[in-house]
Design a protein around this ligand. Structure first.
Ligand code: RIB
Ligand code: CA
Length: 309
């Protein structure tokens, strides 16, 4: 029985990997894709979502979400993903359009009407999900789990302490982390173990199809910052770790622990704080991914991309 999911994303190159993997998998039933501001502005992230789906011939409905954080300035990650968020010339302009319904209302209506609990897969700022929880708290009973890329148990990327998705909207992050809903967090501590090295990029190209070539090019496009800033051998494929866990949880080592977000402005603003020993004795609703089998991840990625164009 396919797992019913709603994907909330801010494409973004690594979000595009997640979309392709989810579309290729027979084990996931994507009920809808909601877009968020984040890597670039909401218009671009929505456009990029539509571009990927149209290029792959997928008809999943797309819903535009919120265009900024609950509080605070609009930030972006265009230095990683380019001005449009997905400079992939082979993936042309969209031929479809987003639904007229707002993403938050789509989430609420779908969750309140479902007979089977739905898994939310989030790979951008958590503003849409936080707003849905505030507007209709009863949706929590209809959510199987929130699988999200965000935070870190070690260092940040958009600040010394904070990961980009969480730093975009720390208040939304805390609202989601507080919710009595099972969650699994894929932070930088684990996504920085999933690096698209030159060897892995070549294996994508060796698939011999359009997806192999185009996703190899996208992985290379955003590797510069990773090589120059972190000294990595390639780009980090953050977001698709969420899909990989849904399809092959054995690829990751996880541990239940309380996670909160620093919402006091200052050096650690937006940092996730994980209480590995449960010292604060707060309710634990989150598992944190600590280790990734990178070879297994790329094997899964290739097995899915080869099924597409
Ligand atoms: O910090 C990495 C995260 O921020 C990824 O989801 C990337 O797409 C950006 O949204
Ligand atoms: Ca993202």
């Amino acid at each position: 029985m396919p797992i019913p999911i709603i994907m909330d994303c801010d494409p973004g190159i690594d979000d595009a990997f997640s979309l392709a993997m989810a579309i290729a998998s027979d084990e996931l039933d994507i009920l809808g894709i909601t877009t968020s501001y984040g890597n670039v502005g909401l218009e671009h992230t929505t456009n990029n979502t539509l571009r990927v789906l149209d290029w792959l011939g997928d008809k999943t409905p797309v819903y535009k979400g919120i265009d900024r954080a609950l509080l605070g300035p609009v930030v972006d990650a265009s230095e990683y993903h380019g001005a449009t968020g997905m400079e992939a010339p082979e993936i042309g302009p969209p031929t479809s359009v987003a639904q007229s319904q707002n993403a938050v209302m789509f989430m609420i209506e779908t969750l309140m009407a479902t007979r089977q609990k739905i898994t939310l897969v989030a790979s951008g700022p958590l503003t849409n999900i936080a707003m849905a929880l505030r507007l209709e708290p009863r949706i929590a009973q209809h959510i199987e789990r929130i699988v999200f890329m965000g935070g870190s148990t070690d260092y940040g990327n958009d600040s010394p302490a904070a990961e980009f998705n969480m730093l975009c909207d720390p208040y939304a992050g805390q609202i989601v982390l507080d919710a009595d809903i099972p969650k699994i967090m894929f932070g930088l501590n684990v996504t920085h173990q999933v690096i698209a090295t030159a060897e892995e990029v070549q294996r994508l190209r060796d698939l011999g199809n359009d997806c192999g070539r185009v996703f190899a090019d996208m992985a290379v496009y955003f590797e510069t910052v990773y090589k120059e800033t972190y000294g990595f051998g390639g780009s980090a494929l953050h977001d698709p770790c969420t899909i990989a866990w849904l399809l092959a949880p054995e690829l990751f080592e996880t541990r239940d622990m309380r996670v909160d977000v620093e919402t006091t402005e200052g050096l650690s603003f937006g940092r996730t704080v994980h209480d590995i020993w449960n010292i604060a004795k707060k309710p634990v609703h989150t598992s944190v991914a600590l280790k990734a089998d990178a070879d297994g991840f790329f094997e899964l990625l290739r097995s899915l991309l080869i099924k597409l164009r």
